[in-house]
Design a protein around this ligand. Structure first.
Ligand SMILES: O=P(O)(O)OC[C@H]1O[C@H](O)[C@H](O)[C@@H](O)[C@@H]1O
Length: 273
């Protein structure tokens, strides 16, 4: 496979990675791509948390964002070309039910940059409220893979994880390569390696995607497997065989942001060739 083909494949993988059953009319978050989780991952554990009334994964993935800008660079070596788009969301732009559930004043700026080999996504959070607030953030990236039995994830060994499939049991990852042959839903904490590698097990030459991050602490690995897939109306029953989510964020603990302060974090997906 040539570099160009490999790159096309990556773009195709990332760009077309939504479920055949995904709902695209805005009534539900799209099951694919990179849904943005903010300010709550899952649902709040504690009924006293300020985010306790929010639905699963919060506000950002089911709000309509405002397009802010687009820029592109045109270099001699087109491999260096970069296209960047920014999008904004404020508390007043979120659907009424979500605004009422979490009535904080905030501003989000989401920046997406694409080069031949990389996809960068970065989120800036500004607290425009009078009080500090807590939030989680997560880039819930779906990867399309030819065959889940050939997928492995590197860079997670020796990390402590919370296993949501086993009711939140905690354990230490001993494997160099994390593979998937059953339902997996784990939060790996304090990911010290700047580089997680998702080996998608391409048949003609391996397709590896490297994930590096800025200012994020945890990595979630998720595959719903057979029963959960059947229970999801916006996911085909067989699609668990061709996908994995490897999600970069800070979700084990909240990030506390004081009034007037900014926080920024992001991920870079790159083709490791
Ligand atoms: O079905 P959704 O709300 O999109 O969530 C999909 C999945 O997201 C994360 O990976 C969570 O760890 C899972 O527990 C959850 O099932």
């Amino acid at each position: 496979m040539s570099v160009q083909n490999l790159e096309n494949k990556v773009i195709l993988t990332l760009g077309s990675g939504s479920s055949a059953e995904a709902i695209l009319d805005g009534t539900k978050a799209i099951r694919g791509g990179i849904p943005l989780v903010f300010p709550q991952f899952g649902t709040a554990k504690n009924p006293n948390d300020a985010t306790a009334k929010l639905p699963q994964h919060g506000i950002a993935r089911s709000s309509i964002w405002e397009f802010l800008s687009a820029t592109s660079s045109d270099n001699k070596d087109h491999n260096d070309d970069e296209v960047t788009a920014t999008f904004g969301l404020t508390g007043s732009q979120t659907p009424k039910n979500l605004r009422e559930a979490w009535p904080k004043k905030f501003q989000l700026i989401y920046t997406v940059s694409l080069t031949a080999r990389t996809l960068k996504t970065s989120l800036k959070v500004k607290n425009e409220d009078n009080e500090a607030f807590n939030f989680h953030v997560l880039f819930h990236t779906y990867f399309l893979a030819p065959d889940i039995s050939k997928v492995s994830i590197l860079g997670l060994s020796n990390l402590t994880y919370t296993d949501k499939v086993l009711n939140g049991a905690r354990a230490l990852e001993s494997r160099e390569k994390v593979t998937i042959d059953q339902e997996v839903d784990r939060i790996y904490e304090n990911v010290t390696s700047d580089e997680i590698v998702v080996d998608l097990g391409e048949e003609k030459g391996n397709l590896n995607v490297k994930i590096s991050n800025t200012n994020l602490r945890d990595t979630v690995v998720w595959n719903p497997w057979i029963d959960k897939s059947r229970g999801m109306s916006d996911f085909d029953d067989e699609e668990y065989k061709v996908m994995v989510c490897v999600e970069t964020g800070t979700v084990a603990d909240y990030i506390l942001l004081s009034p007037g302060q900014n926080w920024e974090g992001g991920q870079i997906l790159s083709v490791a060739i």
